[in-house]
Write a protein of this length. Structure first.
Lengths: 232, 111
């Protein structure tokens, strides 16, 4: 986790800068950095807030940009099923793209033993809380430095590189490579869709492609059984 | 900075609810919602697909369209970062190597 910090921090920094540039007050941007905790949804909402769009339009946009998280929550449900409801909600709030990728790399299957479950819980909490702290801190630092860091420097690209490395880390079977290739092509081809819906369409297409690839000769039963022993 | 606007604060509260609801929708019920087995099997492709769908457009799209030039700092930085990660494995090195390619090309040459 400590190793992806620069990527996440650079991304938070630029989100902080963007919040100031869109004219938010110190109170507003602090609340947003601390609570909303969803970079892509924040960046999508900022121009709408600046333009004075109706609240329902902003919330609908935010929901669409976040739809992929619903897929993640369906996938991760078995990992939190043993926890009380408020703990499940708290843990869910903490995960985003980067923590999801790192977590699944480490724990491809839900643990069945007590120690396994304890290790999963500890990793989820540690990873999630650190990501939140890095995000909140870097967003506020970005807001404070907004006058000195031009958006045109493109420092936020470090966040893309962190996600890129996490993606390569997950490419452990050829079926997953197929899924990643299909997701990339579909996300680019459908880029013109509003509200980042291209991401959702790409995930659906990639799941279909990955399942189809498993049915090909040589593809049966080899997907995804490796233990997550490698420490990111 | 402008003054704080109550409507904006309400919007931020609403966005927080959206974050929580989308991230925890399937965590909320005490009993699991039954999902078809094929879909549960398909979830193993969701993480890499989501990352690919977020990352590749960030590298290959400019102004809403697929880039047609090779003179784009993001492409070189992504290739170097990917190579670094494949051969050297460290996340930190990957980010540093990628940015060391990206910043000179982007700021120096304007790519």
């Amino acid at each position: 986790m400590a190793l992806v910090t620069p990527g996440l921090a650079a991304w938070g920094l630029m989100t902080g800068v963007a919040m100031v540039k869109s004219g938010m007050s110190a109170v507003e941007l602090t609340l947003m950095a601390l609570f909303v905790y969803a970079g892509s949804s924040q960046l999508a909402a900022l121009p709408l807030i600046a333009a004075g769009a109706p609240m329902w339009v902003i919330l609908a946009t935010s929901t669409c940009v976040n739809l992929r998280f619903i897929v993640f929550s369906a996938h991760l449900r078995p990992y939190v099923a043993h926890l009380p409801a408020w703990q499940r909600v708290f843990r869910g709030y903490l995960f985003a793209d980067l923590s999801y990728g790192l977590f699944i790399r480490r724990f491809p299957q839900p643990a069945t033993s007590a120690e396994g479950i304890a290790a999963q819980d500890a990793y989820w909490l540690g990873n999630g809380v650190s990501c939140w702290l890095v995000w909140a801190t870097s967003s506020l630092v970005g807001a404070a430095l907004a006058a000195t860091i031009p958006v045109s420097w493109g420092l936020g690209f470090a966040g893309v590189l962190a996600l890129l490395a996490t993606m390569i880390m997950l490419a452990t079977t050829w079926q997953r490579l197929v899924a990643a290739a299909i997701a990339s092509v579909v996300a680019i081809a459908a880029f013109a869709l509003p509200l980042k819906l291209n991401i959702l369409v790409a995930i659906a297409a990639a799941i279909a492609a990955g399942l189809a690839a498993e049915r090909l000769p040589g593809g049966v039963g080899i997907a995804d059984e490796e233990p997550g022993e490698e420490h990111p | 900075m402008s003054g704080t606007d109550l409507a904006t604060v309400a919007t931020i509260a609403g966005m927080t609810v959206v974050t929580v609801l989308t991230r925890t929708l399937f965590f909320l019920p005490d009993e699991p919602w039954p999902l078809p087995r094929w879909l549960e099997a398909g979830f193993r492709y969701a993480p890499i697909a989501a990352l690919a769908a977020v990352v590749l457009p960030e590298i290959l799209i400019a102004d809403g369209h697929l880039i047609t030039t090779w003179r784009d700092a993001r492409v070189f930085a992504a290739v170097v970062a990917a190579m670094w990660f494949l051969f050297r494995r460290g996340l930190l090195g990957t980010i540093v190597a990628g940015m060391l390619v990206y910043l000179p090309l982007h700021l120096g040459l304007g790519w």
